[in-house]
Write a protein that binds this ligand. Structure first.
Ligand code: ATP
Length: 270
């Protein structure tokens, strides 16, 4: 029985892609749970199945086996309780709509009055610092600003969990640092639950309360690591802490071991 505060529960998740050239077992056996209000990062070697995992969690892909539950109910398709932010912000925004229009679009399918919609959109744009460009079009903005629009759209929707798939992989380092701090700020000030997939080890340690380290594909959870850094994080002081270095070195070592297959055997396929 899940605990009352358990938001997301994944048990013995397995995913095999069928294809004309043979089956590909992407996920062997993944189990973990996440409480409401947590910020959990997922890292793993390249091609280990991170995107496959997120798509299964978000109900965009049907798992081959196992269970995904949100608030105790099985996820069987795209759920209004989840919002997903992808890496390719350019393709996720509609160029003919303004920033405001893009953020408002998913709300049009909800039972909200026009005034309620406008309040949610204004609040989300203010939270990501984009209120002054609400009337601009996405193509008039920088890459980092476009990704802020995607984040605003997700939080305006008021999901129970915000799922982010390598969302900052395509922006420059300084913009990336700003966007990381934006995610921390939204998590801390609004209590938003975030599941954040990244291939960047430092980013996972800087952002997360927990880091799940995935094995090489076919994937399983090699380690569920608590990040015992102070919750008030700062790009300069947090990254300069000796504990930050210890944690990132530990995760790096785990991933190197995963790549070399030095982490024991995955659980037997069910
Ligand atoms: N539609 C598909 N059909 C067949 N195999 C697939 C499909 N999508 C992914 N795979 C395979 O599943 C495995 C996991 O892929 P996935 O994209 O989930 O990994 P990833 O960790 O997100 O990759 P990256 O680190 O490159 O972002 C890989 O071996 C990939 O080739």
């Amino acid at each position: 029985m899940p605990d009352r505060s358990t938001l997301l529960r994944v048990e013995h998740l397995r995913k095999v892609y069928g294809s004309s050239t043979g089956d590909v077992e992407a996920i062997r056996d993944i189990s973990f749970s996440m409480d409401a209000g947590q910020l959990v990062c997922i890292v793993g070697p390249s091609g280990c199945g991170k995107t496959t995992l997120l798509k299964c969690l978000a109900g965009l892909l049907r798992p081959t086996g196992g269970v995904v539950e949100m608030d105790g109910s099985p996820v069987t398709g795209p759920s209004p309780a989840m919002a997903v932010v992808f890496q390719e912000y350019g393709r996720s925004l509609f160029p003919w709509l303004t920033v405001r229009g893009n953020v408002e679009l998913p709300l049009r399918h909800q039972k909200l009055t026009r005034a309620e919609r406008h309040t949610l959109v204004a609040d989300a744009l203010a939270a990501v610092g984009l209120a002054p460009v609400a009337g601009s079009h996405p193509w008039q903005l920088s890459g980092g600003m476009q990704q802020r629009v995607a984040i605003a759209r997700a939080i305006a929707y008021q999901p129970e969990v915000l799922i982010m798939d390598e969302p900052f992989a395509a922006v420059d380092a300084q913009t990336r640092a700003d966007l990381e701090d934006l995610v921390r700020e939204l998590h801390v000030s609004r209590g938003i639950s975030v599941l954040f997939v990244t291939h960047d080890i430092d980013e996972s340690v800087y952002l997360g309360q927990r880091v799940l380290v995935l094995s090489q594909s076919p994937t399983w959870v090699q380690e569920d690591l608590a990040i015992d850094l102070p919750p008030a994080r700062d790009q300069i002081t947090t990254r300069a802490l000796p504990r930050f270095t210890e944690l990132r070195t530990h995760v790096y070592d785990q991933i190197q071991r995963a790549k070399r297959g030095q982490v024991g055997s995955p659980p037997a396929a069910p």
